[in-house]
Design a binder for this molecule. Structure first.
Ligand code: DLL
Length: 436
């Protein structure tokens, strides 16, 4: 059983001055290394009229051009590395549905940094060396599995390298091993519970899972409520991306009010998605991150494309002073424009899952019909329903979606088990046929 949440390192509650002093020192080192060791950055910075000496304050970071995902693709696979390949001990790559994948590299120092931020993240969620951490995240190419694995081990907990797929087997092992902590993508936490029930395993009575650490995809508060209820667990939102090592850039503390960024390792900015200019605290924009301790592959002002905001206050009741970001609303390109109305899938999820008669499997399909966009929302009923119940439920959801989001989707209620399951991977929630 997970213990009390705790602060693993004193830096987590350092004064602002102390944190910023360290950030500036590390930012200068990072810019210098990128300039000297990575030809791409040497060119980029020179073109922008910047030398490492141009960085005298944290605000000076704004002089540096953004690094975009495309820059990684163009330098595929190794051209952004700042060290010889002989010093690289691990790589990961994005699955990359189109074009080339993006490759990220790690030296042993990187692996140690990554394990450190993940160990802190686990401690923030109350995980201790007594815990058995069941890592139901992909271990091949994807950063989720190994990131959780290194962090749990660094903390001294027992890490189970379970991976994804084989859902029934996971249920059995979670029960038999007495796993206490689950690491997964949020949709899989519910899928595991669903399969447990099908197998006659009671998620609460027959297992010891009481803490969940979930991320890698957008998940609404409604989804969290469902997870917490079905497993009788406390779940924590963790953020990260391959380009930033993987999971562990930021995590919620037990107050569940925003995610603390490990600011001694990451300098974060929130910028306007259109202009790239900084926005005010509490205002939504794109998260831009400069890793401060990356060794193999320094990145400057990485444009994550994820939408969130920075909290105004640095103080949190947990005692940490590391600044918080809001939960990720989605990627900027997740926004759907339906006949001129902007809508985020996260807002649709929040409404659908507020309805107890549906389970958590849903899919949004957008098509073009003549001159109009048409949005279909397929939702699985939680149990077998009569024709009439289905129609009433669809009408109710349609009304709520229209009222809250000003969109006019067609809601179709389908039988339990009809929609595809991700079995451990990120759920594919949206199919936009206009883009196919
Ligand atoms: O998803 C790393 C990760 C693994 C994070 C396990 C957390 C847990 P990528 O595959 O490179 O890396 O995908 C990164 O996933 O840019 C976000 O759009 C999304 N994402 C990650 N964490 C969250 C989260 C991993 N907590 C992309 N909430 C990011 C919402 C998230 N979206």
């Amino acid at each position: 059983m997970a213990g009390k949440p705790r602060i693993l390192r004193s830096i987590e509650k350092a004064s602002r001055e102390e944190i910023e002093k360290l950030q500036l020192q590390r930012l200068r080192e990072t810019v210098k290394r990128a300039y000297e060791k990575v030809p791409f950055y040497h060119r980029r910075l020179k073109e922008a009229g910047i030398t490492p000496d141009s960085i005298r304050s944290l605000e000076d970071v704004r002089k540096i051009p953004f690094t975009m995902k495309d820059d990684l693709r163009r330098n595929y696979p190794y051209d952004l590395f700042a060290v010889p390949l002989s010093e690289v001990v691990e790589i990961h790559a994005s699955s990359g549905t189109t074009g080339k994948p993006t490759v990220v590299g790690y030296t042993w120092r990187d692996i140690e940094n990554w394990a450190e931020i993940m160990a802190r993240s686990f401690a923030a969620a109350g995980v201790t060396r007594e815990d058995i951490v069941y890592v139901a995240l992909g271990y091949h190419w994807f950063t989720g599995g190994l990131g959780f694995h290194y962090g749990a081990q660094k903390l001294g907990a027992l890490a189970v390298p379970a991976g994804t797929g084989f859902t029934q087997r996971h249920v059995m092992m979670i029960r038999d091993l007495g796993a206490t902590v689950l690491g997964a993508v949020p949709n899989y936490a519910l899928r595991l519970a669903e399969v447990a029930v099908e197998m006659g395993v009671d998620p609460v009575k027959d297992t010891r899972l009481r803490t969940g650490i979930f991320g890698a995809e957008m998940w609404s508060e409604e989804l969290r409520k469902r997870i917490n209820k079905v497993w009788d667990m406390e779940s924590f939102d963790i953020y990260g991306m391959s380009e930033l090592y993987g999971p562990g850039t930021a995590i919620e503390c037990h107050h569940h009010d925003g995610l603390h960024v490990w600011e001694d390792h990451y300098l974060v900015e929130i910028v306007d998605p259109k202009t790239g200019e900084p926005v005010e605290a509490e205002e939504e924009g794109v998260l831009v991150v400069t890793p401060l301790t990356h060794d193999a592959m320094p990145l400057l002002r990485y444009w994550t494309n994820d939408l969130t905001f920075l909290y105004d206050s640095e103080k949190c009741d947990c005692g940490r002073t590391m600044r918080r970001i809001g939960r990720i609303k989605g990627r900027a390109d997740d926004m759907l424009i339906i006949n001129g109305v902007n809508v985020f899938p996260s807002a649709v999820e929040e409404i659908i899952l507020g309805e107890p008669m549906v389970n958590h499997h849903y899919q949004i399909v957008v098509e073009r019909e003549g001159n109009l966009d048409r949005m279909y929302v397929y939702v699985e009923a939680a149990r077998k329903l009569s024709e009439r119940e289905r129609e009433e439920l669809a009408a109710r959801l349609q009304y709520r979606l229209h009222e809250a989001l000003m969109i006019n989707p067609r809601v179709r209620i389908v039988e339990p088990g009809e929609l595809p399951r991700a079995e451990g991977g990120k759920a594919k929630r949206v199919i936009d046929k206009r883009k196919l």
